[in-house]
Design a protein around this ligand. Structure first.
Ligand SMILES: [Zn+2]
Length: 291
């Protein structure tokens, strides 16, 4: 978390708050592994620049700036990118949530987890990047500069077809679930949507990738498209910390068929959903509907 749909929603909703605005100030926390570009350098490079576009590459957000450089953001596990002034209880620590009177819950003010705060010359709302666990990333790229983080990504999950999956899986003895999570094969898929797509395709997550037939790869690619697009449509999955830039919650978590539903009945056949571990990641499936 967050996966492609949540990053895409973040892109769509934070875009208007970034595009065409000249950066006046950049406030950061101390240097840490969160900053792939040291804060001091980041400030120097960003102040005075204007964001020209906001693109999504896999789970990364890439903002080309008016001098040809690029700002790259990754939300990691618990990253929250949002506009100043939004309200969401997800922006508070558990202690903060408990301490606040209900009517005050959701009003955000900068805290120790607010790693990046970008203000603009027009005096409008700032754009804020907060991350409790700091697995998120901020990186500035000089004009023309490349990074393996983007270069090594496979085909974007929203464009991945059966042929892509079939070609990528021929030499892989790994489980199909692990292949779906491999960002160098298909970029953007994480645990939730991999589990949901495998359910929809009727395939067990443990199936050896290279044993899938061409039609099965086609079915799986179509299932992946379906769950990702449906999630974007419903505002993504608001599980744990994910918050959309405008503070609204998504609704896809209510449509999950298998993910994090261990022991609950499959809504297609009533069999209890199982949870197993594949390659140190959990996988959820229906032992009856998925073969
Ligand atoms: Zn079932």
């Amino acid at each position: 978390m967050p996966e492609l749909p949540e990053v895409e929603i973040t892109r769509e909703r934070i875009g208007p708050a970034l595009l065409g605005r000249r950066i006046e100030g950049v406030h950061t926390t101390k240097p840490s592994y969160f900053f792939l570009t040291p804060p001091q350098r980041l400030r120097k490079r960003l102040v005075g620049r204007t964001v020209q576009a906001l693109e999504r590459v896999g789970k990364y957000l890439v903002a080309p700036l008016d001098d040809g450089s690029r700002l790259v953001l990754h939300l990691g596990m618990t990253g929250q990118l949002f506009v100043e002034g939004v309200a969401s209880v997800r922006l508070l620590s558990a202690a903060g949530r408990a301490a606040l009177a209900p009517e005050k819950q959701g009003h955000f003010s900068p805290d120790a987890h607010t790693h990046l705060w970008i203000s603009f010359e027009d005096g409008g709302p700032a754009v804020i990047f907060r991350d409790v666990r700091k697995f998120g990333k901020v990186l500035w790229l000089a004009p023309g500069e490349k990074t393996p983080r983007l270069e090594r990504l496979g085909v974007d999950a929203l464009r991945a077809g059966g042929a892509d999956l079939f070609a990528a899986s021929r030499t892989r003895s790994a489980a199909i679930k692990s292949l779906l999570l491999d960002q160098s094969v298909i970029a953007g898929v994480g645990n939730i949507y991999a589990d949901e797509a495998l359910f929809l395709a009727g395939l067990r997550p443990t199936r050896a990738a290279r044993r899938l037939s061409r039609p099965q790869c086609g079915t799986l690619a179509a299932a992946l498209q379906q769950v990702l697009r449906r999630s974007i449509e419903t505002g993504g999955s608001s599980i744990s910390d994910y918050v959309a830039p405008d503070g609204r919650d998504g609704a896809y978590q209510d449509e999950r068929r298998v993910y994090a539903r261990k022991g609950e009945p499959c809504d297609a056949c009533g069999t209890a959903i199982r949870r197993i571990v594949i390659g140190q990641r959990s996988a959820h499936f229906c032992p009856r509907c998925q073969a």
